[in-house]
Ligand binder design. Structure first.
Ligand code: CO
Length: 291
């Protein structure tokens, strides 16, 4: 990892930490999800980075990929387990972090995923197999009597790629990938009192540019230009675009031009907690980016 990459990744992490600090008194019963999302995204910009993806606010059984739509009126409710997942980047160098905020009585479930992150990070150094991290994460979560969500993973971070290899599974797999010096990775366990699997539930507000191609319609061309200039290959929210006609968006997804990120929800309706930190793999330890 060169000096520039290191500096920018660390700075992006510093900014995320500050934003999460400010979010603590924003995520309260009665507050609007949209206001929280926009506050977080604007704060990242104000502090000198850019959002690496839309502010994800996943509540209760939702585990990932929910971001409020332009006119979303939803508010946080008493009893909610709220997951906020944010990414910040500077010139493509990304830091990724998520926390769970308890508006109910979910402290054990939250502790399970939070402790899993810290236990995994403790084991990180050059040469460690990601399968070992998965085992640590699974054992920690099970020690609380919960299950890891098996089809959501931690991941690598590469310039302008928010989900790069290796995938870091949240359970013990046969074999993983050996960690190398300078890898930027996000450890991201999800714990649940459900069966431990998520599936799409239909709603979708997040997309990314997958495979650009020339298009005839001016309105669509302008939309794709806006996306590639501002967000490159990083995920964006529909509400970030000047115009985003649903009919064209779904057509572009079918044609493989855009990738969609539908909301992922626990299949049995279980409540899900999440915790995530970004680190850089060093010879004998992990260098902490977001903590
Ligand atoms: Co992540």
């Amino acid at each position: 990892m060169n000096e520039e990459a290191l500096e920018k990744t660390i700075k992006a992490g510093e900014i995320l930490k500050q934003v999460f600090k400010l979010l603590e008194d924003k995520v309260v019963v009665g507050a609007k999800l949209l206001e929280v999302a926009e506050f977080a995204e604007n704060k990242i910009l104000e502090l000198g980075a850019k959002p690496a993806f839309p502010c994800n606010i996943s509540i209760n059984s939702d585990a990932a990929h929910f971001t409020p739509a332009k006119n979303d009126q939803r508010t946080f409710k008493k009893g909610d387990l709220v997951k906020i997942d944010l990414g910040a980047h500077i010139d493509g160098y990304i830091a990724d972090m998520a926390v769970s905020i308890d508006l109910g009585d979910h402290s054990e479930l939250i502790k399970a995923s939070k402790e899993a992150v810290f236990n995994a990070i403790d084991a990180i150094k050059v040469g460690v197999d990601t399968a070992k991290l998965g085992k640590i994460i699974e054992e920690t979560i099970r020690s609380y009597g919960f299950k890891p969500v098996v089809n959501l993973t931690g991941h690598g971070l590469m310039p302008y790629i928010a989900h790069a290899p290796p995938s870091i599974y949240n359970y013990a797999t046969q074999r993983g990938v050996e960690l190398k010096e300078g890898m930027v990775i996000a450890i991201e366990p999800f714990a649940t009192n459900g069966v431990g699997r998520v599936a799409e539930r239909g709603e979708c507000e997040i997309y990314s540019l997958l495979n650009p191609k020339p298009v005839r319609l001016r309105m669509v061309r302008e939309m794709l230009n806006e996306i590639s200039e501002k967000y490159k290959t990083l995920p964006f929210a529909k509400r970030w675009l000047k115009k985003a006609p649903e009919i064209f968006i779904s057509k572009l997804v079918r044609e493989g031009v855009l990738r969609d990120y539908p909301v992922l929800s626990e299949v049995s309706g279980g409540i899900v907690s999440q915790w995530e930190h970004t680190v850089i793999v060093e010879k004998d330890s992990a260098r902490l980016v977001t903590l």
